[in-house]
Design a protein around this ligand. Structure first.
Ligand SMILES: Nc1ncnc2c1ncn2[C@@H]1O[C@H](COP(=O)(O)OP(=O)(O)OP(=O)(O)O)[C@@H](O)[C@H]1O
Ligand SMILES: [Mg+2]
Length: 292
């Protein structure tokens, strides 16, 4: 049965989609694992990254359709023999409204329950839509990687509820680093609510500039505060990695692919070692407090 991993952080532009795509490619194409990627971001960046095609081509064949049907089997796109994708397009943006319309809680008089800000309260099943959908195919894969959008939203609640584990990525700058704490809180909320079994597998610094003092400082601070939760690998900011978005993962099209994947091979090895040895980290108040 697959290990389902959400690769996330609510901060935008921190390398989530690049990390998800690179790790999925290595797991599938270099290590031979059956790997399914879920593009769970209405931007559809992962879809374009892995297919080289425009998201418009996948209209009505996305994770939104899969969740609506409660079964993903008709929507799994084979990229290679081992690498699979359920695409996303902008229509996935309606997902929060879909939840509001279908999974709200009511009081005894039939009134929709809202919080102090007027926000509709979901029933517990509202957090489990992605999980219930993916459960139908978990047996067919070794890994399922979920790419999430920026900004904390109902997407994260569903992604974390569907996951066995989570990897936090952060761009090595002030705002990127500060976002780690917030995401740890999000993981804790998920553990206390819909997914008590969710494991924090590690924290990965990305887009590090080896020559810039700010970037070096926030890479160092990560190691200092989060210690062995941090992966040893630091993903550096390189032209080869940024060109994945343009040339993709086909070695014939992308002459710099091998170099782009170097650091991702290292972190993938670390992730596999942690899974094999059941290494994960408790998200305690003390841990969250370290990010202050
Ligand atoms: N290590 C890196 N070195 C250089 N460029 C990178 C690196 N990682 C990602 N990029 C580039 O930075 C941009 C943002 O990366 P990416 O799309 O992976 O981030 P994201 O966190 O998924 O963004 P979003 O929050 O919008 O979903 C992209 O143009 C990508 O090609
Ligand atoms: Mg992204």
């Amino acid at each position: 049965m697959a290990e389902v991993i959400t690769i996330s952080n609510q901060k935008g532009g921190t390398g989530k989609s690049t990390t998800t795509g690179a790790m999925a490619y290595i797991l599938a194409e270099e290590l031979g694992y059956k790997t399914l990627v879920i593009d769970f971001d209405p931007q559809g960046n992962e879809t374009e990254l892995l297919t080289g095609r425009d998201t418009e081509e996948f209209e009505d064949n996305t994770i939104l359709n899969a969740m609506h049907d409660g079964d993903p089997r008709d929507y799994i796109l084979a990229i290679t023999d081992n690498l699979f994708l359920i695409p996303a397009d902008e229509h996935l943006g309606v997902f929060p409204r879909y939840l509001c319309g279908n999974y709200y809680l009511e009081d005894e008089n039939g009134n929709v329950l809202r919080d102090e800000y007027g926000t509709i309260q979901f029933s517990p099943e509202g957090h489990l839509i992605l999980k219930n959908t993916l459960d139908k195919v978990k047996d067919y894969f070794d890994f399922v990687l979920i790419d999430t959008p920026p900004m904390l939203s109902d997407f994260h609640g569903n992604a974390l509820a569907a996951s066995d584990s989570c990897i936090i990525v952060y761009q090595t700058g002030k705002f990127g680093f500060k976002a780690v704490r917030k995401f740890l809180e999000t993981i804790k909320a998920s553990q206390e609510g819909s997914n008590p079994n969710l494991k924090l597998r590690g924290i990965l610094p990305t887009m590090a500039h080896t020559q810039r003092s700010e970037s070096k400082a926030y890479t160092h601070l990560g190691k200092e505060q989060y210690k062995d939760i941090m992966f040893d690998t630091v993903i550096k900011n390189t032209a080869n990695i940024s060109q994945l978005a343009i040339y993709g993962f086909d070695p014939k099209e992308n002459k710099g692919l091998n170099k782009a994947l170097e650091q991702y091979r290292e972190v993938t090895t670390e992730v596999l070692r942690r899974i094999k040895n059941d290494i994960y980290f408790e998200v305690t108040e003390e841990l969250i407090g370290r990010g202050e």
